[in-house]
Design a binder for this molecule. Structure first.
Ligand code: CP3
Length: 340
C-alpha cells in the first residue's frame, strides 16, 4: 500500500493521493446510494450503504486510499445527543451541552454503539483492492465539542469559547470524556480493518495559540499516543484546519501532519518534514479549472520534489459542486507528476 509506505516515509513509486470528503454529493453514484437511505443518519448506520459510498471514489477517481464513509458527529450521537441533518442547513444538535450535568449524562458506551461503523469497515476492506489503504477517522475532541456546545455549526464559536475562558474545567471534563471515547473508537476501527486513522480538527484554527494547544492539540496528541502505543504499525494522521501559524510548536508521537490550504507547504516542509510525513494541501477551489489544477500540483511538486513521505491531498474537503471529471484529472496528474 503506497499510502501506508508514504505515511512511514518509505519509498513509493509515486506520491499517493486521496481527497478529504472524497465520498459526497459531487458524485451521482453517491446521490443514488444516499437515496436508498431514509436520511443521512440512517445512511451512516446502514453498513452496506456506507461501504458502497466508501468504495465509489476509489473506483471512479483511482485514489490510493478509501476513507470510511461516516460522519464525525456519530460519536456525539451515540453518546446520546439528539442530532438532525437538515438538508442544506448542516447538522443541528437541538439540546446542546450547557452544564456539568449535561456532560455527566453523556453515555460512556458510545464505542460499543458504533458497531455499524466497524461493520462498514469490515465490509469495505473485503471489497477493496489489497494495494488500497482504508482510512478510519474521528473528529477531534475540540471540534466535536464545538458542535455539542453550539448546537451545530458556528461562525464565531462564541458559546464554546465562553466556556473555554470562563469555565475551563467544565470544557476539559467534556474534552476528556470525548478523548476516551475517540481513542476507543479509533482502536475498534483498526480492529475492524482500518489501515490508518486520521483525526479531523476542522475548527482548531478558531483558537488562539495558547488555547489551541490547551483545548485542542493536547487532546489530539493524547489520542495519537494511545493509538501508537497499542498499534505502532498503524499510521496516525493529524489534521488541524487553521493551525498554520502554530507549526513551530507542533511535536509528539504521530506519523503524518495534514497541511491545510492556508499554510504555505514550504513552511510546513521546513518546520515538520524532518519528523513527520506531510499530507496536503492544494486549495480545493482549484478543482474548478484544469489549468489551475496543473499549476497547483506543479507548485507543490516544486517544493516537495520527489521526497519520500509526501501524500497528496486537498487542503480541506471536496465540495458538492466540484466536477468528477476534474477530480479524476487531478488524481491522474498527481500520479504522473510525482512518478519516480
Ligand atoms: O471524506 C469522506 O469522504 C468520508 C466521509 C466524511 C463525511 N463527513 C461525510 C459527510 C467525513 C470524513 C466527514 C467529516 C466531517 N463531518 C467533518 C470534518 C471534515 C472537515 O471537512 O473539516 C465535519 C466538520 C463534519 C460535520 C458535517 N457533516 C457537516 C458540517 C455536514 C454538512 C456539510 C454539507 O455540506 O451539507 C455533514 C454532512 C456530511 N458528512 C455529508 C457527507 C458526504 C453531506 C451530507 C449529504 O449527503 O447531504
Amino acid at each position: 500500500m503506497i499510502f501506508i509506505d508514504a505515511c512511514f516515509k518509505k519509498p513509493t513509486p509515486t506520491a499517493p493521493a486521496w481527497l478529504m470528503r472524497q465520498a459526497g454529493r459531487y458524485l451521482s453514484e453517491y446521490l443514488a446510494t444516499r437515496a436508498k437511505a431514509k436520511d443521512f443518519i440512517d445512511f451512516c448506520r446502514r453498513s452496506d450503504l456506507a461501504a458502497e459510498a466508501t468504495l465509489q471514489p476509489v473506483e471512479i477517481l483511482g485514489v490510493d486510499a478509501a476513507i470510511i464513509f461516516s460522519d464525525i458527529l456519530v460519536v456525539p450521537l451515540e453518546m446520546g445527543m439528539k442530532l438532525e441533518f437538515e438538508r442544506g442547513a448542516g447538522p443541528v444538535l437541538p439540546r446542546p451541552i450547557q452544564n456539568e450535568s449535561d456532560i455527566d449524562g453523556l453515555s460512556d458506551n458510545a464505542v460499543d454503539r458504533l458497531g455499524y461503523v466497524y461493520d462498514a469497515l469490515r465490509l469495505t476492506r473485503e471489497h477493496l483492492a489489497p494495494d488500497k489503504a482504508l482510512i478510519g477517522f474521528a473528529g477531534s475532541p475540540w471540534t466535536l465539542a464545538t458542535y455539542m456546545i453550539e448546537g451545530g455549526g458556528s461562525k464565531t464559536y462564541a458559546i464554546a469559547k465562553k466556556m473555554a475562558y470562563s469555565a475551563p474545567d467544565m470544557l476539559h471534563k467534556l474534552l476528556r470524556k470525548l478523548s476516551d471515547a475517540i481513542s476507543g473508537y479509533l482502536l475498534r476501527q483498526i480492529d475492524a480493518g482500518a489501515n490508518a486513522v486520521q483525526i479531523f480538527d476542522s475548527w482548531g484554527g478558531a483558537l488562539e495559540k495558547e488555547a489551541f494547544f490547551e483545548f485542542s492539540w493536547s487532546y489530539m496528541l493524547k489520542i495519537a499516543e494511545r493509538i501508537k502505543s497499542a498499534r505502532p504499525d498503524i499510521p496516525v494522521i493529524l489534521f488541524s484546519k487553521g493551525a498554520g501559524g502554530y507549526l513551530e510548536s507542533i511535536g509528539g508521537d504521530f506519523d503524518a501532519f495534514g497541511v491545510d490550504w492556508n499554510t504555505p507547504i514550504e513552511r510546513a516542509k521546513n518546520l515538520l518534514f524532518d519528523r513527520y510525513a506531510l499530507q496536503g494541501n492544494m486549495e480545493p477551489a482549484r478543482l474548478y479549472d484544469k489549468a489551475a489544477i496543473e499549476s497547483g500540483v506543479r507548485e507543490i511538486a516544486r517544493v516537495m520534489g520527489k521526497a519520500d513521505g509526501y501524500i497528496f491531498n486537498l487542503g480541506h474537503g471536496m465540495q458538492p459542486d466540484f466536477s468528477r471529471e476534474n477530480a479524476k484529472f487531478l488524481v491522474d496528474f498527481v500520479h504522473q507528476t510525482f512518478a519516480r
